[in-house]
Design a protein around this ligand. Structure first.
Ligand SMILES: N[C@@H](CCC(=O)N[C@@H](CS)C(=O)NCC(=O)O)C(=O)O
Length: 283
């Protein structure tokens, strides 16, 4: 559980906030996962939008709440929690009306959520390769470097990994080689999920659990990037389409027309230069 120490929080006003507050960004995968989870459980919260595109996460205000400068962040009665999967575990315990991390599946869910967290950079590589062109991605590495994060007084390896990603992105963007490696890694995991879904309605049985929400987000991102889910993982495709019929899933993953348009142009340009996800994965 990553709860920040009071003495490390520089934006003191949040310490006196009452109720549940969520710092999030509309198009961030971890924020979408958290919002769907909270929506399904009917948790009432005050949202605070942090626009990652405008790099609002590097403002002294937000860095004073979380030195990692990543969303989502949960503030509950003045206590600050970071790391989406830890936030969701915390909320599942606190609001047990609809349990999304059942006790008898806790170990398996923990394992899956560690894998999901590890795949986050692969999803980011796909997003920045196929959906958000580099020229639109105003990268302010400098601000980040000036405030290297610490966690509970120690060096923060998560922050180091994130910093490394952005420094590399600034230099070379997402190369074809990196994109292919990420796609193959995601494909491997999706093959496993496809197999699980051949036995039951949801990933871990006939009840919806946290991995369904997390993978729904990843699949929706991959579909937007024109990964051929329907060809390679048909069970995943059917499961995805049935979840999409639920309002909370559809609402939180809606892609704006302008992003759809840009990604389409990207797709056409790459396709005619001989490179497409489908070609890469299916041949
Ligand atoms: N492991 C973290 C990852 C959080 C994360 O990387 N958030 C992204 C959005 S999905 C972010 O804030 N990116 C901003 C940046 O890297 O500057 C979690 O699950 O909360």
């Amino acid at each position: 559980m990553v709860k920040l120490r009071k003495e490390d929080i520089k934006t003191k006003e949040v310490l006196s906030w009452k109720g549940i507050h969520l710092f999030h960004f509309t198009f961030s995968a971890c924020s979408m996962k958290t919002r769907i989870f909270m929506g399904l459980k009917n948790i009432d919260y005050t949202g605070h939008h942090i626009n990652l595109q405008k790099k609002e996460n590097f403002s002294p205000y937000f860095q004073g709440i979380t030195p990692r400068s990543l969303v989502p962040v949960l503030v509950d009665d003045g206590e600050v929690h970071i790391e989406s999967n830890d936030i969701l575990k915390y909320l599942d315990n606190k609001f047990p009306t609809l349990i999304l991390i059942p006790k008898d599946k806790e170990e398996e869910i923990n394992k899956m959520m560690i894998e999901e967290n590890d795949l986050h950079l692969d999803i980011r590589n796909v997003t920045f390769k196929f959906l958000v062109p580099k020229f639109l991605n105003n990268v302010k590495i400098q601000e980040k470097s000036e405030s290297k994060a610490t966690l509970h007084g120690n060096e923060d390896s998560e922050d180091d990994a994130n910093r490394k990603f952005w420094e590399n992105y600034k230099k070379v963007g997402i190369t074809d080689e990196v994109a292919t490696k990420s796609l193959l890694n995601l494909k491997l995991h999706l093959d496993e999920i496809n197999e699980k879904l051949s036995h039951h309605t949801y990933i871990l049985g006939n009840e919806l659990t946290l991995p369904d929400i997390a993978w729904f987000i990843y699949v929706s991102r991959l579909k937007a990037a024109r990964y051929p889910i329907h060809i390679l993982h048909p069970n995943v495709n059917d499961w995805y389409e049935s979840l999409l019929k639920r309002e909370v899933f559809a609402k939180e993953t809606k892609i704006p027309g302008v992003v759809r348009f840009i990604s389409y142009i990207f797709y056409v340009v790459q396709k005619y230069s001989g490179w497409s996800i489908k070609r890469q994965l299916v041949g």
